[in-house]
Design a protein around this ligand. Structure first.
Ligand code: DC
Length: 235
């Protein structure tokens, strides 16, 4: 293990640009980028495909747990597309998991402790060798409470909704701005109020509100903060 490599935990609200930011940081440092939201989304899609959401928005814990037994997740880097893709039992899901339907069900699935236990175990394994930028909601508080660098990213609800709406339209996916805004607001509420691992700022995290910032400006902020962390950890 390279002793200079650290774990960077990037938490924050839905659609505030965590994955774009995490990818840029990972590329600059030569670190691996790990999108933990994709894991919760993939588990949700597996439940949807099994018909668990057909007549309800909150399928029973027993049914979800039984489904999870045969959920095998795998993250692979696609060199041609320069992106990490998530596979569920060897099926590539990267685009399917971004749909509004998955976004509408994922918060429920991610409130379930049995789901969280499985995901956190997998995530800790991926961070063992350090040199990772991991984005999510509970990375700095639960998954890696001792991460050397923690960033909490946020932006106003309207700005986040506009960004997510544009992203869906660009991908050719059906979207309506009001629905996107409502989904973001609902997910904020559920993510922040759930009992198990709610979204909250770790006490030792650096907070960045990127509402009025470009990605380049965020990278400038990051470089400065990273130098300070490096200095403090002597890494
Ligand atoms: O980052 P995202 O929007 O793709 O995440 C999808 C959902 O997964 C989000 O609504 C909350 C949940 N999630 C979580 O509970 N814990 C994480 N570490 C990452 C995501």
């Amino acid at each position: 293990m390279d002793p200079r490599k650290i774990i960077i935990a990037l938490d924050g609200h839905s659609s505030c640009g965590k994955s774009t930011y995490a990818k840029r940081i990972a590329a600059e440092l030569g670190y691996a980028y790990i999108d933990t939201g994709a894991m919760y989304r993939a588990a949700t899609l597996a439940c949807m495909d099994a018909g668990l959401f057909d007549n309800t928005d909150s399928p029973s814990l027993e049914k979800v747990e039984a489904k999870l037994e045969d959920v095998e997740l795998d993250l692979r880097f696609n060199a041609e597309k320069q992106r990490t893709e998530i596979f569920l039992n060897n099926r590539m899901l990267e685009d399917l998991i971004r749909s509004m339907e998955v976004s509408n069900h994922v918060s429920y699935i991610s409130t379930l402790p049995a789901v969280r236990r499985k995901m956190v175990e997998y995530q800790r394994g991926l961070g063992e060798g350090k040199g990772v930028v991991m984005d999510g909601r509970d990375i700095g508080t639960v998954v890696f409470p001792h991460a050397e660098m923690k960033i909490f990213l946020t932006a106003s609800e309207e700005i986040r909704a506009t960004r997510r709406y544009k992203e869906l339209i660009e991908k050719g996916m059906p979207a309506n701005y009001e629905d996107v805004l409502e989904n973001i607001s609902k997910r904020d509420r559920i993510d922040s109020s759930r009992e198990d691992s709610p979204l909250k700022q770790a006490e030792d995290s650096l907070v960045l509100d990127n509402s009025q910032m470009t990605v380049d400006e965020q990278m400038e902020w990051f470089r400065k903060a990273f130098r300070q962390v490096r200095g403090a950890t002597n890494a």
